[in-house]
Write a protein that binds this ligand. Structure first.
Ligand SMILES: C[S@@+](CC[C@H](N)C(=O)[O-])C[C@H]1O[C@@H](n2cnc3c(N)ncnc32)[C@H](O)[C@@H]1O
Length: 198
């Protein structure tokens, strides 16, 4: 199943994933930041090793991170000593409703069975205070499958752009900004980034 492939895959490639990280995606953390006051509480869902997003946000905000991979959480704790990290599934993050001012979820929902995306987005909505902001990365194309990624087997799942926007609206969010972003360093990395408001 997808979940097991993703969890064991990221445990296996965590160090290599961290080595490959750069600061390109900080533009999305900065987009979210524009709407938050200093000291606000932010959840990084599927935080990976915490680089660059949690590390950057922890300078000004209270950062919490969850990831299904124990190895990624171990690295995040080391890389971002000011953050609060725990191993948890986005489907059951283990926080109360209205806990966070912001949620950022980059390149993580795309690894979860898409039939669960609506449930996760509703959960994100409930975790946010009002007003609260979500910055999420989703697929542009309708696709689900497995392939080789950094030398391990990986699972990906998502709907296309139009359906993703509908899912966000159905979860209660108001769309305030969206971008079809292509990573100039990697032609395979082209995704939909959406900033939404509760
Ligand atoms: C491509 S990495 C992205 C990490 C980080 N957000 C970034 O932008 O670099 C995807 C991360 O999502 C995590 N992940 C996948 N499915 C998850 C789930 N259901 N719950 C929590 N984390 C999950 C993986 O373990 C992995 O660390």
């Amino acid at each position: 199943m997808g979940k097991e492939i993703v969890e064991s895959g990221y445990n296996e490639i965590a160090e290599e994933y961290l080595k490959a990280k750069n600061e390109d995606t900080l533009i999305f953390a900065k987009k979210l930041e524009e709407h938050l006051n200093s000291g606000a509480k932010i959840l990084d869902a599927g935080c990976g090793p915490g680089i660059p997003i949690a590390k950057h946000l922890a300078r000004n905000f209270q950062v919490y991170g969850i990831d299904i991979s124990a190895k990624q959480i171990e690295l995040a704790k080391k890389m971002v000593p000011d953050g609060n990290f725990k191993r948890a599934n986005m489907l059951d993050p283990g926080f109360g409703n209205e806990t966070f001012d912001g949620i950022i979820c980059l390149y993580a929902l795309i690894h979860v069975d898409r039939t669960k995306h609506l449930e996760i987005l509703k959960r994100f909505y409930n975790l946010l205070k009002t007003p609260g902001y979500l910055l999420v990365c989703m697929q542009l194309e309708d696709w689900e499958g497995e392939n080789e990624y950094l030398g391990t087997k990986m699972f990906w799942s998502g709907y296309g752009q139009k359906q993703n926007i509908e899912l966000l609206k159905k979860s209660g969010f108001q769309i305030i900004w969206q971008k079809d972003w292509a990573n100039p360093r990697d032609s395979n990395d082209r995704h939909l980034f959406v900033l939404c408001k509760k």
